[in-house]
Design a protein. Structure first.
Lengths: 365, 556
């Protein structure tokens, strides 16, 4: 499909003989905004502009990227060149034919030692259209001054209202919450998704969540939990590990991380379909640069998310402003990654609609 | 009528009939009026009516299944989905070839996403099938080559299916494949193609000719490559196996007199058997051998569907007709009702709070009234998000109000009031945000009420209350009506404030619409929910008109 579109566009352009060859001078890069876009600006955009002279325009629309890309595609006017999305959205976009298929070995840079990109990224290439960038995790943070002398060490402490009374915040969607509920209801880690695929398993997870439902504040924006923790509204809450890093290290709030059963997820790039050949080439050129080993390692100096390439890990250094070592704050650090949970994309691509309907019905009860 | 027609028409000064002359003069005026409103009309049409109409139309549109799997849907319509038998082999056969073409153009996953709204697992079922359909084709070409090596050459197929100069061309087949691919590829196949399906061969090998033609349209007219030199889709080999084993092929072949007759004869005499498509699918995923999968496809194969509307009212479309959703998935009707009740509550609290303010505004001297007016308008000049977030700071448990109450001693520190992330929070925040929409129309109506009526009532012996209730209040009703309609209609579609302060029980139906638009991409369901919401508002407006009368609404 991609190829056919490209060829069509080429023909159209050839037909417009006499027109100056359109050299791409700017790229519109869509991301999440805030500290995350700032880290990309420093690690990728500025060096790229310096190297090529191409200006990068930031657009903070990643949260609505899937719907907007679909609308742009239907209107036949795609205005974005590179889009930052989470893996589940990348799979969805790829399924809908809205993202360009990527051949990692020819379209992405090799590692410095010559390792092919497909091997360097490894299992993180969860979709044919996806170029992973960072590994982040959804995990819990807690108020150190509200948990007494025995801080929580296990994810199931979230469900323990006696030992840790007070409100907790969870994301207002089934993903992650259902998995944690089952883990804490005695389901073995490698059976979680098998159980969750059955109606009984879904009921079981909701029943477990029911035990704390009255004490939960449901968040929908990543900034909610850090704010609630800072205000002392909640005793513990889930959010992205980078957000907690900034509450703890940058804002010096009395908050600590509970890394147990952190759920790994990936964030990365896709290139929309339907771009003109020049723009597509420019987007690919940017991607080739921005996802090489050094660039991914550079990003970790600005935000505590782990680089998606294996070859980048040894290059992770200190935080650019705070001057602290970043490695111990990475979700992938061995000390933090003692007990991790792997998010199953394919499962959620299949079951999201069904489980979400049940989850919403349960919430409304 | 007949009588006037026989009479002589009245003529104008220039000799034309007066009627026509008048009509012409009026037409010019009408055209001028139309030209004056044309910019607005066109703007509203392009930016409002057409997009909304298009969006609402998605609530019934369901072309994707039939357009992606045209032959399967046709074959499947003859299968009895209520029985216990799996669909017959021809259904699997057509599914193989339909899905292969869709996968070639990367459209099978889109269909998978569509069907996944109806049954979990469809998404990966289609995605995986798309990856694995090539393999049986590769096995088939090996088999063909072992019988006669010419079947491994691209040129064999090209000369076989292409109509040589002077041969009859099967135009119907070509046009059908072009229109299919136009839909699948989202673009019109253009460009010159050095291929036309031969009528003779497409009679002899109907399925293979169809597959080759669609393959040729893709390579020749969309990718603009040389058809003769391009590799055909792998499904062609399976189609060829299918055709040479069909009943009656031997007889047709005997009468056939065209290219590759020898090679075809070799195939016919090789004792081949038709491919077993159901086994191919069962091999890809066991769910293809599950009757439920096929029921879902059959049930949702119509060009138009009421499925989205059924989903929107907590029902579902099943092979046995509409059925109620299982109890643990019912939420939307509850949300509709909640949206209505909460909107009415917000409207009511806006009336209660707004009426005295509007009364004061219209009864104090102008200087003070202007001052007060600025206070009413001030929230208008502040960002909606800022106002909503401010309520969060005020209402949360460690917030300003709770802190004050604890400090005063009215509330114990460990029993702080829960005033946010529930219906109370939504009602408070939205009442505040929508209050100006209530005050302004009330104020402008109250300003027009002549104070001498009140004085007259009192001088005739009415108490303050009677004078207000019997004289002043009835005159202010048009303002209340206008304000109520504004506030109610605004709040019924409100999205961002309930999302931020509503928690789980204070959210509206619009929050679900937003979810289906931006996250689940189930635009059909979102459109159905939106259509219902629109219908409810129009219905309530009609009731209002019947009961109160819309003439009774004034903005000033």
């Amino acid at each position: 499909m991609k190829l056919t579109k490209t060829l069509m566009a080429t023909t159209a352009l050839t037909a417009m003989a006499g027109m100056a060859s359109a050299e791409v001078k700017e790229l519109t890069v869509v991301s999440w905004g805030g500290a995350y876009t700032a880290s990309q600006q420093n690690a990728y955009h500025l060096p790229y502009t310096e190297k090529t002279g191409v200006t990068i325009i930031n657009d903070d629309s990643s949260a609505e990227a899937v719907a907007k890309l679909r609308a742009m595609n239907e209107a036949g006017n795609v205005t974005w060149d590179v889009v930052d999305v989470v893996a589940a959205d990348a799979i969805r976009l790829c399924d809908e034919g809205l993202a360009l298929e990527i051949d990692p070995d020819t379209m992405l840079a090799d590692a410095p030692d010559g390792t092919k990109a497909s091997e360097d990224f490894g299992d993180l290439l969860v979709s044919e259209c996806y170029i992973p960038q960072i590994v982040y995790s959804t995990t819990f943070g807690y108020r150190t001054d509200m948990v007494g002398d025995t801080p929580p060490s296990n994810v199931c402490d979230v469900f323990d209202l006696e030992a840790y009374p007070g409100k907790r915040s969870l994301e207002k969607r089934p993903i992650n919450n259902m998995e944690w509920a089952l883990l804490c209801d005695g389901v073995a880690k490698d059976e979680v998704y098998d159980v969750l695929a059955t109606p009984e398993g879904q009921d079981q997870a909701l029943a477990k969540l029911d035990t704390i439902k009255d004490q939960v504040i449901w968040w929908s924006a990543g900034a909610d939990t850090p704010q609630l923790l800072a205000d002392g509204e909640i005793v513990m809450g889930s959010t992205y590990n980078g957000r907690l890093f900034s509450v703890i290290e940058e804002q010096k709030q009395p908050v600590a991380m509970l890394w147990d059963a952190q759920v790994f997820d990936i964030d990365g790039w896709i290139i929309p379909t339907g771009l003109s050949p020049e723009r597509q080439q420019a987007a690919l050129d940017y991607i080739m640069f921005a996802t090489d080993t050094q660039r991914l390692a550079d990003q970790a100096a600005y935000i505590s998310y782990g680089p998606a390439r294996k070859s980048s890990a040894p290059l992770v250094g200190k935080h650019a402003e705070l001057g602290i070592e970043m490695a111990p704050h990475m979700p992938t650090d061995p000390e933090n990654a003692k007990n991790t949970f792997l998010y199953n994309y394919e499962f959620w691509a299949d079951y999201r609609d069904d489980i979400d309907a049940k989850f919403q019905a349960w919430l409304a009860k | 009528m007949t009588k006037t027609a026989t009479n002589e028409p009245v003529l104008a000064a220039d000799g034309t009939p007066l009627k026509r002359s008048l009509a012409r003069a009026l037409r010019v005026q009408k055209m001028r009026a139309l030209a004056l409103i044309a910019p607005l009309l066109i703007f509203v049409m392009i930016s409002f009516i057409i997009p909304i109409g298009d969006m609402l139309f998605r609530s019934v549109e369901n072309k994707i299944v039939e357009n992606t799997l045209p032959y399967t849907v046709d074959e499947l319509s003859r299968w009895d989905g209520t029985g216990t038998e799996l669909p017959p082999e021809p259904v699997y056969r057509d599914m193989y070839f339909d899905l292969f073409l869709a996968a070639e153009l990367k459209r099978h996953t889109r269909l998978g996403s569509r069907l996944n709204y109806e049954a979990s697992g469809m998404s990966s079922l289609f995605r995986q099938a798309g990856r694995k359909l090539d393999d049986p084709g590769k096995d088939a070409v090996k088999l063909l080559k072992s019988i006669d090596p010419v079947w491994g050459e691209r040129d064999t197929y090209y000369t076989l299916f292409n109509a040589a100069a002077g041969d009859a061309v099967n135009q119907d087949l070509l046009a059908a494949q072009q229109s299919r691919i136009r839909w699948l590829a989202d673009e019109t196949p253009t460009g010159e193609m050095a291929f036309a399906p031969s009528q003779n061969v497409s009679d002899l090998l109907p399925l293979a000719a169809r597959v080759y033609t669609s393959s040729a349209v893709i390579t020749g007219m969309i990718e603009n490559k040389d058809v003769a030199k391009s590799k055909p889709m792998e499904s062609l080999y399976l189609a060829l196996l299918q055709d040479v084993t069909r009943p009656g092929f031997q007889d047709d072949l005997a009468a056939y007199d065209g290219p590759q007759k020898d090679a075809l004869t070799a195939l016919a005499n090789a004792g081949l058997s038709a491919p077993n498509y159901s086994a191919i699918f069962a091999d890809i995923d066991e769910n293809w051998a599950d009757i439920e999968t096929w029921r879902v496809i059959q049930t949702h194969s119509g060009e138009f569907t009421n499925g989205y509307f059924l989903n929107a009212i907590d029902m579902q479309k099943t092979p046995d007709g509409p059925a109620v959703q299982p109890e643990n998935k019912r939420v939307l009707i509850q949300l509709f009702i909640r949206t209505l009740i909460m909107s009415l509550t917000i409207m009511g609290s806006c009336i209660l709070l707004g009426y005295p303010i509007a009364w004061i505004l219209s009864n104090v001297p102008t200087r003070q009234a202007n001052m007060l007016m600025i206070l009413v308008l001030l929230p208008f000049w502040t960002s909606l998000l800022v106002r909503t977030s401010a309520w969060k700071v005020m209402l949360q448990q460690q917030g300003v109000i709770n802190d004050v109450l604890v400090w005063v001693g009215l509330v114990a520190d460990d029993a702080r009031l829960v005033m946010i992330n529930n219906q109370f929070g939504t009602i408070v925040a939205m009442t505040h945000i929508l209050l100006p929409f209530m005050i302004l129309p009330m104020y402008s109506v109250m300003q027009t009420i002549n104070p001498s009526y009140l004085r007259a009532a009192k001088s005739l012996g009415a108490t303050n209350w009677t004078a207000f209730w019997r004289v002043y209040f009835p005159q202010s009703i048009p303002g209340i009506g206008a304000g109520s309609i504004l506030v109610f209609i605004l709040s019924i579609g409100y999205y961002i404030t309930p999302e931020i302060v509503g928690g789980t029980k204070g959210v509206f139906i619009s929050n679900r619409i937003a979810y289906h638009i931006s996250s689940s991409l189930n635009w059909g369901l979102a459109a159905a929910l939106g259509t219902i919401l629109l219908a409810v508002v129009l219905g309530l407006y009609w009731c209002y008109d019947k009961i109160v009368g819309i003439d009774n609404v004034k903005l000033g």
